[in-house]
Design a protein around this ligand. Sequence first.
Ligand code: NAP
Length: 245
Amino acid sequence: MNAKTALVTGAGRGIGRGIALALAKEGYQLAINYNGSEEAAKETAALCEQQGVKARIYRCNVADHAAVEAMIQEVWKEFGSIDVLVNNSGITRDGLLLRMKEEDFDQVIDVNLKGTYNCIRHVARIMMKQRHGSIINMSSVVGIAGNIGQVNYAASKAGIIGLTKASAKELASRGIRVNAIAPGFVETEMTDALSEEARAAAMGLIALKRFASVEDIANLAVFLASEKSSYITGQTIQVDGGMAM
Ligand code: NAP
């Protein structure tokens, strides 16, 4: 078992919880970030602890630069290192371009893109001192291919791909790797919100004819966190069942 520490944002539920659990099974200690769902975050922590690892929860809005700095300092003090950062937190505020409110555009960019920047910005200092680290950013196939009704979300997820490449180039010499995962449709609360019609339309685009499980995404996160991916940086890897080729 290793005693490395992973910080996973938005780990109370969905993909974040799945990644936290998969990392706990690999022996990582877990810092679990949440914003609104305290009970869910506690449940994730309890599930991680059942794997025999230490887990703590941290409330923080990732869009808040100063709050992220404070959270990361707290995590560092508690665990003594941050070896893996998974920027998973994300929101949608869907609507057609001509009807989209400015605040819906801003909010999605603030949480998804600026939130990712905020966490990388403050964790990078620690990882540079350690001279190692793996950062994994949650993009989306929508950031690659676009999607009707999601100009804000697509822009945020495409932005994450650029952020991943630029920070991978800046941080490589310090032993820090930065990669992104671009899931297609994953079975979580986010996709529960889809209408039957939208679900059927999505299924029509997926070569493997099923939505991803949370574990399908978590398996890649575990690989990118580990030394098994030590020669991979700056990449965006699609886990989309052959949806966008
Ligand atoms: P989800 O079930 O809606 O969960 C979203 C998570 O983000 C929650 O844990 C939530 O925490 C957290 N979050 C939201 N706003 C936050 C903020 N301001 N600060 C900190 N945390 C915040 O979503 P999911 O489906 O698991 O998606 C996880 C990630 O994968 C997202 O980045 C999403 O864009 C991406 N993704 C999902 C799919 C999919 O099909 N599901 C596909 C492609 C990409 P609280 O509940 O505590 O607020």
